[in-house]
Write a protein that binds this ligand. Structure first.
Ligand SMILES: Nc1ncnc2c1ncn2[C@@H]1O[C@H](COP(=O)(O)OP(=O)(O)O)[C@@H](O)[C@H]1O
Ligand SMILES: [Mg+2]
Length: 327
């Protein structure tokens, strides 16, 4: 299977709101995801990075079938995922699972870990009592938790432990693809590494494919094979993580990388107005990054730039009229 596109996302759009009020006035909509096109190979980890509000979670929710696109297509192994989610949500849940950012809040506080993990084993996998018992033991072992924890409640766990339970719950469905939405962002740095290690081991052991969302570039660099950079709903750059981080093409990617604090390097504070994201209710024409961009010219105001590949790197694409590295 390796090489062929496993998940294929084609010009995906999501607009929230809009339409008319009760009195016929036009209501502004928020265009959270704009013409996002990307694909994923089986077994790879695609990182998705971008500032808060750029549409990462909206994209993630559409991939797992929790939200429906306004336009565009998502296919999994060639089958339309939106139609599948409508026809048979359980079949989709057996293939794609979601891990949430806030580990404790994503677990039902009134249910034991056993009950939380048994639900997918029963409803998605149809296992009987004895088989569930064996799977529970395996799942706990897979995320490095002692079986004694099964009869405790979510509030009795630390954030890192709770996130491991969230991961075990996703694994219980035996999915092919797991979408992880900021899975370590709520955790202490020391605990993050532990959870990332577990995820890495699980990927190898079960042949999983990950979509890994984070605003933390160091985390993205450590987990991803390829990375997609989002800005204001658009995918502005995508490529192998080593290429994108070493030779960013989009000025926004460069800005993101330059704003990472590193020991011994001063972080330049953003100039007045420079750090502002555009108003989602009044999107600017052309490239939404132009107001912040040091490389802008008149053409940037005309239309969203087409996606082009870097010279000699067909798999490194960016949507910019004046990409870095061409001059
Ligand atoms: N259910 C919703 N209704 C209206 N607007 C939404 C909804 N969900 C997200 N948005 C808006 O869509 C944009 C993208 O949000 P989101 O996908 O959560 O971004 P991120 O995960 O990158 O922080 C934001 O402007 C947000 O306010
Ligand atoms: Mg989010």
């Amino acid at each position: 299977m390796s090489g062929a596109a496993f998940l294929d996302i084609d010009r995906l759009e999501r607009v929230f709101g809009g339409g008319r009020t009760l009195f016929g006035r036009a209501r502004p909509g928020v265009h959270a995801v704009r013409e996002v096109t990307l694909d994923l190979r089986r077994g790879e980890t695609l990182g998705i990075v971008g500032e808060s509000g750029c549409g990462k979670s909206t994209l993630a929710r559409m991939i797992v079938g929790l939200d429906r696109p306004t336009a565009g297509r998502i296919t999994l192994d060639g089958r339309d995922l939106v139609a599948e989610a409508r026809r048979d949500p359980r079949a989709l849940a057996r293939r794609i699972q979601y891990v949430f950012q806030d580990p404790v809040a994503s677990l039902n506080p009134r249910r034991t870990i056993r009950a939380i993990l048994e639900a997918p084993l029963r409803h998605l996998r149809g296992l009987d009592g004895a088989a569930r018992g064996r799977r529970l033991a395996d799942l706990m072992e897979a995320v490095n938790l002692a079986p004694e924890h099964l009869d405790r409640y979510p509030h009795e766990f630390s954030g890192g432990q709770a996130q491991r339970i969230g991961i075990a719950r996703a694994l219980a469905a035996e999915p092919d693809l797991i979408v992880l939405d900021e899975p370590v962002s709520a955790l202490d740095v020391s605990v993050q590494a532990q959870v990332l290690n577990i995820l890495d081991g699980l990927r190898e052991r079960f042949g999983l494919t990950y979509v890994f969302i984070s605003h933390d570039l160091a985390v993205i660099e450590s987990v991803s094979d390829r990375v997609a950079v989002m800005y204001f709903g658009h995918l502005v750059e995508i490529g192998r993580v080593a290429d994108v981080f070493a030779r960013p093409r989009h000025p926004y990617t460069r800005l993101l990388l330059a704003s990472v604090p590193a020991p011994g390097r001063a972080v330049a504070p953003p100039e007045e107005g420079e750090a502002e994201l555009p108003d989602p209710y009044h999107p600017p024409p052309g490239c939404p990054f132009h107001a912040r961009c040091p490389r802008r010219s008149d053409i940037c105001l005309t239309a969203f730039p087409p996606r082009d590949s870097a010279p000699g790197r067909a798999d490194h694409l960016s949507a910019c009229y004046h990409p870095e590295g061409d001059d």
